[in-house]
Design a protein around this ligand. Structure first.
Ligand SMILES: *Cc1c(COP(=O)(O)O)cnc(C)c1O
Length: 417
């Protein structure tokens, strides 16, 4: 059954979809909708698969994929570090129990306030994205009487063969420093008194299903590593970023952390640096679903619209990237219909699924949108004054609301009329 390929914890039982042992019909009735549901066991299994494939590596979970504190707590319990892209994410990672000495920090536009916060917390490594950033960090570290550990984020100019909006390792993208310029940047950085050069960082893109670009990028990094060594610049960490793809379409064939290790590890033979990985999507993506309730059915021009209570304010990916998310009915049924599943937002682009075959649904039935555990809730907004969804973690048959649903007053709490 295809459902199992999304998550082994997803199954129909007693006529209802279950996730990590929890009956989702019951959950939706008790917690309301829209609701994001994350399987703790699925997330743990993914982290363990990385740890098993990359024995000595630091797995720095990319919290931007899903920064729910309950999810971060699971990552912390499993021994993960965190990859962060803002001061706020560092703050959250720490709150979720991830120790500062396992936190790395990337991002092209770090503010002074964010850099100072990260310095105070003494994080493991700044993944610097420009020469100017390194100079500024040196000054700020000096003002604090500290030394900032940095990696230079290099842009290896490889094509990750993914969606253009999530390709980051191409020459034309805003990320990182051109790998051909890197040696000069490293030399300059090493000469700065309040900078300690410790690593090389790259992150080539997201949702990679073909792993050959990883091999290409790692070869280029190892080459740089050797050139740096010859210059007397000692590299302690090689951070190859995240990017492993997950299952969205039923026909997607998804690589595992072991597949990634098989490509990457042989190329790192003889390299005496600790490997860091920054997986986000592949940890949480298939471990999360979004449950939504059918509000109305409408037939128009021979087309059936199923109108649900989740929109692109809840799950932006279909509207933003044209992404496919598989959608199934929570109540098991035999009769099928073809329909468009659309949200309540007043925008034509608010379509969650087009031309989908699903079980025949009625008003108040529930649908589950799969592969929603990464870049789902974190991209949600209040557009149309819609409170953000609740978030729930399910594990071995019981559930816990880790973030309650917002209400109207919550959204306007800071406003003065
Ligand atoms: C987004 C991001 C990641 C995580 O990417 P995934 O595709 O979710 O694994 C890792 N590192 C950096 C620097 C990122 O920006």
């Amino acid at each position: 059954m295809v459902l199992k390929e999304y998550s082994p914890y997803l199954e129909y039982k007693d006529g209802a979809l279950h996730f990590d042992g929890v009956n989702l019909l019951k959950l939706a009735k008790e917690v309301g909708t829209p609701v994001y549901v994350y399987s703790a066991n699925h997330i743990r299994d993914q982290i363990r698969a990385y740890k098993k494939a990359f024995l000595d590596a630091l797995i720095a979970y990319a919290v931007k994929a899903n920064f729910n504190l309950g999810v971060i707590k699971i990552a912390a319990e499993e021994g993960c570090g965190a990859d962060t892209v803002s001061g706020g994410e560092i703050y959250r990672a720490l709150k979720g129990g991830i120790p500062a000495d396992k936190i790395v920090y990337a991002g092209v536009g770090k503010t002074d306030q964010e850099l100072l916060f990260a310095l105070e917390e003494d994080i493991l490594m700044f993944n610097a994205e420009s020469e100017m950033e390194i100079e500024v960090l040196n000054e700020l570290a000096k003002s604090k009487g500290k030394k900032a550990r940095i990696a230079v984020r290099v842009n290896p100019d490889v094509d990750p063969k993914t969606h253009p909006k999530i390709a980051t390792g191409l020459k034309k993208s805003k990320f990182g420093i051109d790998i051909h310029k890197a040696l000069e940047v490293y030399k300059r950085a090493s000469s700065l008194p309040n900078i300690e050069v410790v690593g090389i960082h790259c992150h080539i893109g997201s949702q990679l299903l073909d792993l050959s670009p990883f091999g290409e990028a790692v070869e280029k990094i190892v080459d740089l590593y050797k050139r740096l060594k010859a210059e007397g610049i000692d590299i302690k960490y090689i951070d190859i970023g995240g990017g492993l793809g997950i299952k969205y379409k039923p026909e997607d064939r998804v690589p595992t952390p072991q597949d990634l290790a098989d490509i990457v590890l042989p190329k790192l033979k003889g390299v005496e640096a600790q490997l860091i990985l920054e997986p986000g999507r592949s940890i949480a993506g298939n471990g999360g679903i979004l449950i939504t309730q059918v509000q109305f059915l409408k037939e128009k021009d021979d087309k059936l619209f199923v109108i649900v209570d989740a929109g692109f304010n809840d799950l932006l990916r279909p509207a933003m990237y044209g992404s496919y998310h598989h959608i199934v009915s929570v109540r098991e049924g035999k009769e099928k219909v073809v329909c468009d599943i659309v949200g309540p937002i007043c925008e034509t682009g608010d379509i969650l699924g087009e031309n989908r075959e699903i079980c025949k649904v009625e008003r108040k039935d529930y649908l589950a949108i799969l592969s929603a555990g990464a870049y789902g809730f974190v991209m949600s907004s209040h557009y149309n004054m819609r409170p953000r969804a609740a978030e729930v973690i399910v594990e071995n048959g019981s559930y816990k609301v880790t973030r309650p649903r917002e209400n109207w007053d919550y959204i306007i709490w800071e406003e003065t009329p």
